[in-house]
Design a protein around this ligand. Sequence first.
Ligand SMILES: [Zn+2]
Ligand SMILES: [Zn+2]
Length: 395
Amino acid sequence: MTTPDYRTEAEGLAEQLVAWRRDLHQHPELGYRETRTAALVARVLADLGCEVRPGVGRTGVVGLLSGGRPGPAVMLRADMDALPIQEESEAPYASQTPGVMHACGHDGHVAMLLGAATLLARHAATLPGRVLLLFQPAEEGDGGAAAMITDGALADPVPAAAFGLHLWNSMPLGRVCAQAGPLMASADILRIHIRGRGGHGALPHEAVDAIAVTGQVLSALQTIVSRNVDPQEAAVLTIGTVRGGAAFNIIADQVALEGTIRTFSAAVRETVLTRLRVLLDGITVGMGASYTLAVQSVAPTVVNDSTVSEVARAAAVQVVGNTAVAWCPPMMVSEDFAEYQRYVPACFMMLGSGNVDLGLNVGHHNPRFDFDERALPIGAALLATAATRFLVESK
Ligand SMILES: [Zn+2]
Ligand SMILES: [Zn+2]
């Protein structure tokens, strides 16, 4: 089998892809609540002749498309969850659910993977192997990928390779990054609790002021990335929330902080965590306070496999042409696609969906986020092409 011209075929599906995307956009669902989305996915996959397993990782769906010839299994993944954001849009397909919005483009990811499934199903008779179609819940920090893996999504069949992609509004429409090596950072959530001793605002000598301790901690933490991490390495330590205190004349007995660490290497992550503990130890002991620190891993680093990325790159050249395939500088954002990469050699791709002229270049997670829907057939073709090329080449 030679890989079909999926791009041309996908352009013929454009209307259907936009219809799916807009339907999902109007009915966004938060992580682990994607029941309507999952039902749509399951219905389409069943119509295409896939074996369908719903309820994998709570609200996830796994489809299995079997080719007419023997071969390995390849996995394609889309995420389905929306965000707790109130959409600010005049579009006729704006979210109909108050406070919930597809502001990351996952509606597009679902539509593109359904499109890829449609294209692959048309050529199933000649396909040498099987395609595992993963529709994942709860990508936005809630462990959806890990939940699907725990529920056996990668167990039967075991995929020999995996591909996924993210629409990306800061890249122009149709540009594709499909490269080996690190692409996205690891992410951890930090929860720090500083405990002092409460008291009267006028009698500080009888209390331990948790807010004064927090002030020292916040300023000391800024030196970890600037003074302890090798300047050739990348790291972020952000404190996003500070909560404490009750009234103007009360010395706060405790303060709660939340933040995040982003790095590309385990060693740098360890340096940041070690310095964080040392500073918290020193400052709290020195000021008569105490603390607890909880670190929760959200996602490891997205690192693309070199062999699988070669296939992805060739697929990208076939779909968008050589000049539209670019190298992406690694990003400090995270993606739980990295969880699959613990078990399966994989490539995560970025697909440009921005269009400055149409005002479709607002960043992800913004209440005005929207993307150029002409990216949908490109993404569908890209996934179908990558899967087919992998199966054909590993025969
Ligand atoms: Zn997101
Ligand atoms: Zn996303």
